[in-house]
Design a protein around this ligand. Sequence first.
Ligand SMILES: [Zn+2]
Length: 133
Amino acid sequence: MHDKSQLIQEAIKASKLAYAPYSKYFVGAALLTKSGKIFTGCNVENASYGLCICAERIAVFNAVSNGERGLSSIAVVTADGGSSCGACRQVMYEFNPQLSIIIANFKGEIVLETTALDLLPHPFGLDGHLTNF
Ligand SMILES: [Zn+2]
């Protein structure tokens, strides 16, 4: 059984692994799959700034690369409770427009609860999304 606060705590734990020497903006994500597994991610920066990747996308790719495409909810944490970038919104939408997204800060306070579709209105995709692939 995974509740919101547990997911947030996992995301906070993941944020401690962030490699963010340039921005010093640490981000952690914890993604719960429909099968009940949790996959985490942290942001990983690079001296070549364009190669930086966000915690959310690492968490999603971590799940998908482990055979888990049924995404249920994701907690994303930062110091200030910042929201996900456009690239991550598109990636999260791809696997579940109804994905529950919980944005929180490092104190564990929820700043925003929404869905992938609400975060990404008028999304790009193949007539919605691919449900059974
Ligand atoms: Zn992002």
